[in-house]
Ligand binder design. Structure first.
Ligand code: OGA
Ligand code: NI
Length: 341
């Protein structure tokens, strides 16, 4: 069973060898924290300026694979409450958390809540570990999975249930704009898509130069919506890491590898990583929207002039096991699905 970092990191005066990552992966070069990552005003999504906002959003996904959203309509109180709930969850006594951490590596019920440190699948075989604990569970529309969610803090299911509903709504607004911007039929992403909570907790770290909260990766899902308050997220832009300055009450949105496939290579899926800091723990609340079962270049985007760049594949059966089976380097997990020109 994973030894949760949140149970013991506060007693550490140095980073233990288990968590010192290889020198080439360490965040050694100075990284600029920028404020030029696009900010999209979702309040304009239904007004006269919609087409302008759609263009901005598409450009952000093309150039950065990331943007932040403001005026998204999620009540600030609910965002604050969700953040509080997760901070309380990760500071629960070890025995309370142990129940969820019991069988994370072998969990075949991808819906049920699991708790792990560093990575679920590779924890026992990892040569080094990342500086994070993760709580993950599905967040289904019908609410039937709530029974598997944590029951402590006692308001967990109520708060996160409401949060999940709001984030489902926001994800639909974003995906509606992606469809429109790509020239796909309205409703392309409308059928119910899988939704998961993936919440990272990165405790304060005695020496952030020796480790990472999570190493560089591209996300395997369609889009990810992150709530954060403490700096730590960095993205790889033009082969350089840049830091994402948190904006109060905004969400960070990024595209995952399936978006690159569906857009037939037009939209980026950008590598990102998380650095730690010495003074504060960082909790990021991730809402992961998963694609439909079959992922392939959208039919409307391929033709004699635009041959498909990727094969059609089953996301859960073909792609996810491949993505999880090795520590995929950035876009490498798409390689087997590429069609050579
Ligand atoms: C992730 C991730 C970023 C963050 O969980 O895939 O990239 O800010 N998280 O914690
Ligand atoms: Ni990620």
């Amino acid at each position: 069973m994973a030894d949760l970092l949140s149970n013991w990191s506060s007693t550490l005066e140095a980073v233990p060898p288990s968590h010192c990552i290889p020198v080439h992966e360490r965040p050694s070069d100075p990284v600029e924290i920028v404020d030029n990552i696009p900010v999209i005003d979702l309040g304009k999504a239904n007004g006269e300026e919609r087409s302008v906002v759609v263009k901005e959003l598409l450009k952000a996904f093309e150039e950065y694979g990331f943007f932040q959203i403001i005026n998204h309509g999620v009540p600030v109180d609910l965002m604050d409450e969700a953040m509080k709930v997760y901070k309380e969850f990760f500071s629960l006594p070890a025995e309370e958390k142990a129940e969820y951490a019991k069988d994370a590596a072998n969990n075949t019920n991808r819906g049920a809540a699991t708790l792990y440190s560093s990575s679920a699948k590779h924890y026992d075989s990892e040569e080094h570990r990342y500086w994070r604990d993760v709580l993950e569970h599905s967040c289904n529309l019908d609410g039937k999975d709530k029974i598997t969610w944590p029951s402590n803090p006692p308001r967990y299911r109520e708060v996160i249930g409401a949060y999940g509903d709001e984030l489902r709504r926001v994800s639909k607004v974003i995906l509606g704009m992606v469809a429109e911007g790509l020239g796909l039929e309205a409703g392309f992403f409308d059928n119910e898509l899988g939704q998961r909570m993936l919440v990272n907790h990165y405790p304060a770290c005695p020496d952030p130069s020796l480790t990472l909260g999570v190493g560089g990766h591209c996300d395997p899902n369609l889009i990810t919506i992150i709530q954060q308050e403490v700096y730590g997220l960095q993205i790889l832009k033009d082969d350089k890491w840049i830091g994402v300055q948190p904006i109060r009450n905004a969400f960070v949105v990024n595209s995952g590898l399936p978006i690159t496939v569906i857009s037939n290579g037009k939209l980026a899926s950008v590598a990102h990583r998380v650095v730690t800091n010495t003074t504060q723990s960082r909790t990021s609340i991730g809402t992961f929207i998963c694609p439909h079962e079959i992922v392939e270049p959208a039919k409307a985007l391929v033709g004699p002039e635009n041959p498909p760049q990727f094969k059609s594949f089953n996301w859960g059966i073909d792609f996810m096991p491949h993505y999880l089976s090795k520590k995929s380097v950035y876009h490498a997990s798409l390689e087997p699905f590429k069609i050579d020109a």
